[in-house]
Design a protein around this ligand. Structure first.
Ligand SMILES: O=P(O)(O)OC[C@H]1O[C@](O)(CO)[C@@H](O)[C@@H]1O
Ligand SMILES: [Mn+2]
Length: 440
């Protein structure tokens, strides 16, 4: 195997990984503890004393976890009944084997990607150990709030889509292409709205992103949209009535970002660029705002029952698409493991085989980008293809706003220019990329 650079990690003092592990992750744990505390009465009303007991135990486990993190304690094996436990514990052993005999994997020493994923899995473990809170989503409240706070932007986007669908049959190829470019960018910028980046603080879409698109163009550092368009339009032209064209969207955040993804999906279907969309979400609450099956279903239901007719029409159409089987929701535990995507073929062969059926996989967001590239110290100019490290289930693209310090596929000098002019360019969420890799 060709050598790959080292993983980003908290041991690189002053790096974004260091800052995240030192400050942002403990803040997120504190918010989780606070959420449980605030819902105490609700747990009592629903479950009586058992609910209170579970809340107390969970809080004490999480406080201990926060302490382990802040004092850089060794990572310990997971111990609950979920089916991913052996894989997590094998991964710990694997990390252990990478070290000298006397060292142990720990919060600041081990790869950032690993320890950050591990924290979310440990939060889940704390709840799993404490029924009746075992399926309680501690981030649900924040996700619901951010959904409602983005109402204006959601209205604007759903209205736009419904107007567009009225005469979509009459659009010529050029017009279709323009709409595709527009809605792909809306979905890209929708990725600004995640809640883990802001350590659980408000981060909702205040205004319609449609109007801002032209001004935002200069912030797209790599834009391979033309290549993605060629792939889609060519497959539409070649398609016979029996053929399927399938696009997979590996989802990121619930709330406004999910709406932008559903709007893009609806457009792709209605324009007959594709015939099926497969969505992939998380099995457990993850990185605060990531979409679970429950969030997905809740969102479609909320839209259906909205007062605004355009929003409710979107909700009904999407419910219809789910029933018809042209919108398909999947979840797989691989998405909540710490592994880089280049190990998917070995670790989750079934998922890899499923993704091979796709004509195009769209990976949303920053965390997916980190997993695509292995979250390593790549040179900015390394080709995206190389950073994927043989992960090629199907043609794929990443729509991601930059919120962590890994970036590949830039032109010579492009990254260096920012390093001096705008030192936080990779972590401020202001820049985005649309990166495509076709080769198998
Ligand atoms: O929702 P996204 O776009 O994957 O972002 C998740 C965030 O969490 C992080 O992993 C950092 O904690 C960043 O990479 C990013 O800011
Ligand atoms: Mn996310």
């Amino acid at each position: 195997m060709a050598t790959v650079p080292v993983s980003l990690a908290g041991r690189f003092q002053g790096s974004f990984a260091y800052f995240t592990i030192k400050d942002r992750l403990p803040q997120i744990l504190t918010k989780v503890i606070d959420t449980l505390h605030r819902h105490k009465n609700e747990f009592f009303e629903e479950h009586g004393e058992k609910g209170i007991e579970a809340e107390k135990n969970t809080i004490s486990i999480l406080s201990k976890l926060r302490n382990e993190l802040q004092t850089d304690k060794p990572l310990v094996p997971l111990d609950d009944k979920l089916c991913d436990v052996p894989l997590w514990n094998q991964y710990l052993e694997y990390q252990q084997n990478l070290l000298d005999g006397n060292e142990q994997p720990s919060w600041f020493q081990s790869p950032w990607l690993y320890v950050e994923c591990y924290m979310y899995r440990r939060i889940h473990e704390a709840l799993v150990h404490n029924p009746p809170l075992d399926d309680y989503d501690v981030f649900k409240e924040a996700k619901v709030q951010s959904f409602f706070e983005s109402q204006q932007a959601i209205i604007a986007l759903c209205t736009y889509l419904q107007e567009l669908l009225k005469n979509i049959e009459d659009l010529d190829e050029k017009q279709l292409q323009e709409e595709f470019f527009r809605l792909l960018q809306v979905s890209l910028w929708g990725n600004k709205c995640d809640l883990s980046f802001s350590a659980g603080e408000d981060n909702f879409q205040k205004a319609s992103s449609l109007k801002a698109l032209d001004n935002l163009k200069t912030f797209i550092l790599v834009d391979d949209t033309e290549d993605i368009w060629s792939l889609l339009i060519n497959s539409k032209k070649r398609r016979t009535s029996k053929d399927v064209t399938r696009v997979d969207i590996v989802l990121d955040n619930a709330g406004y970002e999910l709406i932008t993804d559903l709007v893009l999906a609806d457009f792709l279907l209605s324009s007959k660029l594709v015939t099926e969309i497969h969505f992939h979400g998380k099995c457990i609450p993850w990185y605060v705002s990531d979409t679970t099956k429950q969030d997905f279903n809740w969102t479609v239901k909320q839209l259906q029952s909205a007062n605004n007719r355009w929003i409710s029409r979107c909700g009904m159409n999407w419910e219809g698409s789910i029933k018809k089987g042209v919108f398909v929701y999947h979840d797989h535990m691989f998405w909540t493991l710490p592994h880089e995507f280049c190990s998917m073929a070995q670790v989750a062969t079934d998922l890899y085989t499923e993704l091979q059926k796709s004509h195009l996989i769209i990976f949303k967001g920053d965390l997916n980008y980190r997993k695509l590239t292995g979250d390593r110290k790549w040179e900015f100019t390394v080709p995206f293809h190389q950073a994927l490290n043989k992960f090629h289930p199907a043609p794929l693209c990443s729509l991601r706003t930059l919120k962590s310090d890994v970036q590949v596929g830039l032109k010579p000098g492009q990254g260096e220019q920012f390093v001096t002019s705008e030192p936080d360019w990779m972590i401020c969420g202001k820049y985005g990329v649309v990166q495509f890799d076709a080769s198998l």
